[in-house]
Write a protein that binds this ligand. Structure first.
Ligand code: ADP
Ligand code: ZN
Length: 602
């Protein structure tokens, strides 16, 4: 048999017609024995960058990954494609591990996933000495970075790969982009690598950030109107919010379950398993959930609390739409988020340098949340990429009107100041806004704030509009919220410039449509499914669920949604016609081709 080319493997084994971006170049380089660093966003298609070279080169490809929970599914997915794959980690019994090791020695495996701590054992290293090794792939390579939030000490010791097996090519892969991390990976793991950096754009994700009013109701409306019966992740900051939101959703008929570090391990694992394996599950989680979720058909990621940095936001929202089909990143954001996150930084035990850094990261995130221009342009700019307005975020779809709110800002700042001056202590937002709008509440009367010059000067705006303005002043460090003292408001030094008319304040106008739904996400494939195709699609999904249960694997291991949609749309009537569709390689055609044709025909 002639050795197959990379292109042939992509087509026959993986069922894809062409390489995405630089995949082909990476594969050529690594298959030729070179080291590579690959930076690609989640869902970009990193896996084939090491899987195909491992199939092209002699010997077994060793994949190092910290995500033990994922290995079984990754291996199952490869086996479904007809690739000889296995894993070695602590979930295997001694006998099973011995079988894998024996198969490796006999040269019967193409790819073996190994946990890093395992790889560092003398036993495993001796095993590798006895095998022909095609390559080392180091997945989640940013875990070598001591400064990163995912640091793993074992990753630091992976330098031994290049000293012990200098002739074996290494490929390091990550979805974490910043330059210092990149340098650390190269220094620790690689030798004169070629560096491949993909765009971090995720064009199929629609970004939307809405005013937080009644977050749970807003979330419920978002899910029922835009994603009924679809899989999604809802992120909350605190464990008890996670619990409350999950039971709220369940109470409204949504298949939701909680996930946080405080739950008992068995329940938590069960919830995670169901989310992964079954269709249409919603998981409500703290950010403890996510690393190691490579479910491709997550249709939305919703944030009920703002993440503390753009990196976090990008990573969490990036778990949506890995299959390339349209997905939503939706966040409800309000003044409380600003206050809460600042407070977390302030109260942390970290040193001042770290607090300053965290503060700057938070401010960048706030800038994104407050932005009136394209969210994607801002996101990508944060990662050093230039781009043009995307047409697929809330601000592009229904551009908010921006107005000059400098005079209103002066009124609000003056009122904060006057209330405090008159009483000798500060007041929180509700009271200040009442006084500003001329509401004679009991409290306003009690403190005599109805006699202040600022009483009622803001009657022309609604309470919601004043809150919006206040939040923006807080985000810009013009007003401070003292969370140690009942959230009272104080003027920051920088507010003088506004009061003197030297600094302009712009405000998004409350446009009704920006709050509600911005329209159904546009289908990636172009045409939405018509009724007949939809019926077939549902039938294919039901069949897939059955196959997956029989094989004990998640549904997406059998086929991705995108493949089933392509089948439903084009109704192929022969194996050759099936072959032309994405995700249908030779092994899947042989295993499922006849059944698919029957489903299409029936
Ligand atoms: P990552 O590891 O970068 O998050 P994956 O390797 O899991 O991404 O790939 C993401 C999705 O893209 C998968 O569904 C995969 O099958 C698909 N994919 C990868 N390469 C191609 C390609 N060349 N053509 C079509 N689909 C591809
Ligand atoms: Zn945009």
């Amino acid at each position: 048999m002639n050795p197959r080319s990379a292109q042939e493997i992509l087509r026959d084994t993986f069922g894809y017609a062409s390489f995405r971006g630089f995949q082909g170049e990476v594969i050529d380089h690594v298959a030729g024995g070179g080291d590579a660093l690959v930076l690609m966003p989640t869902g970009g298609g990193k896996s084939v960058c090491y899987q195909i070279p491992a199939l092209l080169r002699e010997g077994v490809g060793i994949v190092v990954s910290p995500l033990i929970a994922l290995m079984a599914d990754q291996v199952a997915a490869l086996q479904e494609l007809g690739v000889r794959a296995a894993f070695l980690n602590s979930t295997l019994g001694a006998r099973e591990a011995a079988a894998v090791e024996a198969a490796m020695r006999r040269g019967e495996l193409d790819l073996v996933y190994v946990a890093p701590e395992r790889l560092l054992t003398e036993r495993c290293q001796r095993l590798l000495d006895e095998c022909a090794i095609a390559l080392f792939a180091i997945d989640e390579a940013h875990c070598v970075s001591q400064w990163g939030h995912d640091f793993r000490p074992e990753y630091g010791q992976l330098a031994l790969l290049r000293s012990r097996w200098p002739q074996v090519p290494r490929i390091a892969l990550t979805a974490t982009a910043d330059v210092p991390t990149r340098q650390e990976i190269v220094e620790r793991l690689l030798v004169e690598p070629r560096v491949f950096v993909a765009s971090f754009d995720r064009p199929n994700i629609r970004y939307r950030i809405v005013e937080k009013r009644e977050p749970r109701e807003q979330l419920l409306r978002f899910i029922t109107e835009e994603h009924p019966g679809e899989a999604g992740i809802v992120y909350c900051l605190a464990r008890n919010t996670v619990e409350q939101v999950a039971s709220f959703l369940v109470g409204h008929g949504i298949a939701a379950a909680p996930y946080h570090a405080g739950m008992d391990a068995a329940t938590r694992a069960g919830n995670q398993r169901r989310f992964k394996a079954e269709d249409g599950q919603v998981i409500v989680a703290t950010i403890a959930f996510g690393m190691g979720i490579d479910k491709p058909d997550v249709r939305f990621v919703a944030h009920l609390d703002m993440p503390k940095s753009i990196e976090g936001y990008f990573q969490e929202t990036g778990r949506a739409g890995r299959d390339g089909l349209p997905a939503d990143a939706w966040m409800a954001y309000g003044l409380a988020d600003v206050v809460q996150q600042r407070r977390l930084i302030e109260m942390s035990e970290a040193d001042d340098a770290y607090k300053r850094l965290s503060g700057a990261k938070l401010d960048a995130m706030l800038g994104l949340a407050e932005a009136a221009d394209c969210r994607r342009v801002r996101l990508l700019a944060y990662f050093g990429e230039e781009s043009r307005p995307c047409g697929n975020c809330d601000n592009c779809i229904s551009p908010p009107q921006v107005r000059d709110a400098s005079d209103d800002a002066k009124k609000l700042l003056s009122c904060i100041y006057r209330c405090q001056q008159a009483s000798g202590f500060g007041f929180a937002a509700t009271h200040v806004i009442d006084a500003l709008r001329g509401k004679r509440t009991e409290k306003v009367a009690k403190f005599g704030h109805d006699r202040l010059s600022t009483f009622g000067i803001g009657a022309d705006l609604s309470e919601a509009e004043w809150r919006l303005l206040l939040r923006q002043l807080a985000a810009q460090h013009l007003v401070e919220v003292d969370y140690e003292r009942f959230n009272v408001l104080r003027l920051a030094e920088a507010s003088r410039a506004v009061l003197r008319g030297e600094r302009r304040i712009e405000l998004r106008r409350q446009v009704a449509v920006a709050r509600g739904r911005a329209g159904k996400a546009k289908p990636a494939a172009g045409v939405p499914l018509d009724a007949a195709a939809q019926t077939l699609y549902e039938r294919l999904r039901a069949w897939r669920g059955q196959v997956a249960r029989e094989h004990g694997v998640p549904a997406y291991v059998v086929f991705h949604d995108s493949t089933l949609q392509a089948i439903a749309q084009s109704r192929p009537s022969s194996v050759d016609a099936l072959r032309a569709l994405p995700g249908l390689g030779e092994r899947k055609l042989a295993n499922y081709g006849a059944q698919l044709l029957e489903l299409i025909g029936g």
